[in-house]
Each structure stands twice: as structure tokens, then as C-alpha cells.
Ligand binder design. Structure first.
Ligand SMILES: Cc1ncc(C[n+]2csc(CCOP(=O)(O)OP(=O)(O)O)c2C)c(N)n1
Ligand code: SF4
Ligand SMILES: [Mg+2]
Length: 351
């Protein structure tokens, strides 16, 4: 894989966050993606979100599969832990890493091919198990890296660059995440950074499985008339359910909205999601209503974006499995190997 390192020098007056880092400290290598690729805008939003959240880069583990989208973790958070796994296998590797060390913040980056085709089973089980992570699919409707074949998220009736019409029904990862039990579900657009940054911040602060489907146009293979994943199509059909402000526990609340147009959701860590509703009837804490609302908009050819569902009291796989509160590499021999007596008790309980 080709890569270009960025010069390590920083301008001395760059603004620092509360943990002493500049935005540059959250960057990675120089991107080798096509100029204008939506994936680069998502990388920029991740950098902005982590900087604003005052996350120490070494506390993040970023994992991905294979694809242009899965290459992007090389282009942000250069000082974080990283694992570029096999095609479609990010969720199981992330699950294992998370179970071994619950002290890190997990960021899973994937593509529509990576998650909706070869990795569909992996995606489904990570969602239903409630693995605590921010799982971002950079969705362009094609396999960009292998030259633009339709992926499983391509809408039926949409056209390829050469004019072929897709006759298959699309896999909607947002609908699946909702159905499978994800506790924070949103859809963003790489061309709307103002919406995407708070969506990512809320996902990173969430206490369970957070899933974001981000429409991310592929300028090389899927940005033409007839595509429903092009910049023009998404700009024309983007229907946001709300405007979202993410407010950390220590921040002063300054955003304004008339009561009734505003829904405040406080997450387990004290962070506040302030949603300024653009659809007053929409309740982002009602999973079933969210599913119906989304399907109705999809049937009209609209792309519903924003925070679609959140369970602020969500718990995760560690809670369900009652695991130790400490990362496994900090446990001593007596905890890891508690002796023959304990083993006999376990064996007896299984007879
Ligand atoms: C096991 C396996 N099968 C197939 C491939 C070939 N391959 C590489 S990337 C890719 C699709 C990537 O599409 P997507 O996840 O949507 O990423 P994008 O490039 O569009 O961002 C495929 C099929 C592979 N690398 N490994
Ligand atoms: S081929 Fe498409 S997805 Fe890949 S870098 Fe180029 S524009 Fe992005
Ligand atoms: Mg793709």
C-alpha cells in the first residue's frame, strides 16, 4: 500500500484542546484516495470529533476491513492503536479486542461492500451483542477499491457509470441495525460536516453498540446521474430528522430552540444530545417508530439523515457477560488461574 507521511512540524500557535493536543495530533498519513472522495471528508469529521471530545489518541483503537473506506484509518489518529483486518472481519476482531481491554474507545470503520456483502453476518452479530463501539460504514453503493461494481447497498433501479441498471433490492444497514438491537443509530452524509461531527461525538460517547451509515460518494465510479449515492442526489433528497448538538458534561448549554421543538437526551456518561426537531412528530427514542418513518421516506426516494434512534441507558456486552472491570493484561496470575478448586466448581456446575 502506498503512503506518504506528513511533516511532523506543527505551527507553534495551533489551538490545543483540554488534554494538550492540536487537531494535527489527530491526523494520520496523507490520503492516497481520489481527490473529492467522500471518505476523506469522513476522516476529517472523525479528526474534528476526537479533538473536540478531548480524547487522548492512545485511548482509541481503530479497526477496519478491506476497501478504500477501510484504508482511511491510516489517514487519521496516527497515534492510536490500529488493526486493518481481513475483508468483512472487522467486527469480530473488534469484539475480541474490546473483550480483552474495555478501557479503550473502539472505532470500527468499514465500507458497504465490507459490511453489507462479505461481512454481513459479522455486522449483524456485533450489533445484536451490543459491542460498545462507534461503527461507521462509509457507504458509496459500490466496491470502490475493485473498480466500481454495485454493492449490496445500491438501490434497485440505480445506474452504474456504464449505464447498467441494478435490479437487486438494497440492504439497508440502518434498518438492520435498528432491527438487530443497536442502541445508537444514525445516518450522515460526508458532504454535511456540521451534522456528521456531532453524530460521531455522540456515537463515541455512547455506552453500547453505536452504528452510523454515512453516505460517502465515490467520485471515480458512482457520482453520475442515475446513481442514488452521488453528491447531487443526496443533496437534493437529504431529509434531516433533526439538527443535533453534542454537549459534554462540563460544557455550558448555549444552543437555543423553543420548547416543543427540542428533545434532550442525556447519555450514561453525562453527555447531552440536544436534538432540534425538524419533524415534530419524530421521537428518536422509539425504535419501532424510527423504523417505520425511515422506510416511508426511503419509499419516496428520500435519504433520511440525523440521529434516528438512541437508547440513552444502553449497556454493552461486558455488562451482559459480567466480565471483569479490568483489562485482561492487568490481571495477575491468581486471577487468571484461580486454582483447581474453582475449576472443579465450574465443572460440577456443568454436569
Ligand atoms: C476475501 C476477499 N474477497 C474479495 C476481496 C476483493 N475486494 C477488495 S475491496 C472489495 C470491496 C470494497 O468495497 P467497500 O467495502 O464498499 O469499500 P470501498 O472501496 O467502496 O470504500 C473487494 C470485493 C478481498 N480483498 N478479500
Ligand atoms: S475509487 Fe471511489 S471510493 Fe475509492 S478512493 Fe476513489 S473515489 Fe474514493
Ligand atoms: Mg463501497
Amino acid at each position: 500500500m502506498t503512503w506518504i507521511a506528513k511533516p511532523p512540524l506543527h505551527h507553534p500557535t495551533l489551538e490545543k484542546n483540554r488534554v494538550g493536543y492540536t487537531r494535527r495530533d489527530y491526523e494520520g498519513k496523507i490520503s492516497t484516495l481520489c481527490a473529492g472522495c467522500g471518505h476523506d471528508s469522513i476522516s476529517a469529521a472523525i479528526i474534528q470529533a476526537c479533538w473536540e471530545l478531548d480524547i487522548e489518541p492512545h485511548r482509541v483503537a481503530k479497526l477496519s476491513g478491506i476497501g478504500c473506506s477501510s484504508k482511511t484509518p491510516d489517514y487519521f489518529l496516527g497515534a492510536s492503536h490500529g488493526f486493518n483486518t481481513v475483508h468483512g472481519r472487522m467486527p469480530s476482531v473488534l469484539t475480541g479486542a474490546n473483550l480483552a481491554n474495555r478501557d479503550l474507545l473502539y472505532l470500527g470503520v468499514s465500507g458497504d461492500g465490507d459490511s453489507a456483502s462479505i461481512g454481513l453476518g459479522q455486522f449483524a452479530h456485533a450489533m445484536r451483542r451490543g459491542v460498545r463501539m462507534a461503527y461507521i460504514v462509509e457507504n458509496n453503493g459500490v466496491y470502490g477499491l475493485t473498480k466500481g461494481q454495485f454493492s449490496a447497498t445500491a438501490d434497485s433501479g440505480s445506474k452504474s457509470k456504464k449505464g447498467a441498471v441494478n435490479s437487486d433490492s438494497p440492504v439497508d444497514l440502518v434498518a438492520m441495525a435498528l432491527q438487530l438491537g443497536a442502541t445508537y443509530v444514525g445516518r450522515g452524509f460526508s458532504g454535511d460536516k456540521a451534522q456528521l461531527v456531532p453524530l460521531i461525538k455522540g456515537a463515541m460517547a455512547h455506552g453500547g453498540a453505536a452504528f452510523l451509515d454515512v453516505i460517502s460518494p465515490c467520485v471515480a465510479f458512482n457520482n453520475h446521474p442515475g446513481s442514488t449515492k452521488s453528491y447531487d442526489y443526496v443533496r437534493e433528497h437529504n431529509e434531516a430528522v433533526s439538527r443535533i448538538d453534542f454537549i459534554t458534561p462540563r460544557e455550558e448549554i448555549t444552543t437555543q430552540a423553543a420548547p416543543g421543538q427540542r428533545v434532550d437526551v442525556r447519555q450514561h456518561d453525562g453527555s447531552l444530545l440536544r436534538l432540534r426537531s425538524l419533524h415534530p412528530e419524530y421521537d428518536p427514542t422509539d425504535r419501532y417508530a424510527a423504523m417505520a418513518f425511515m422506510q416511508a421516506h426511503h419509499a419516496r426516494g428520500e435519504v433520511l439523515t440525523g440521529l434516528l434512534y438512541v437508547d440513552p441507558l444502553a449497556t454493552d456486552l461486558h455488562t451482559a457477560m459480567n466480565t471483569t472491570a479490568r483489562p485482561l493484561n492487568t490481571l495477575e496470575a491468581p486471577q487468571l488461574c484461580p486454582g483447581a478448586g474453582v475449576l472443579q466448581k465450574i465443572n460440577a456446575s456443568l454436569r
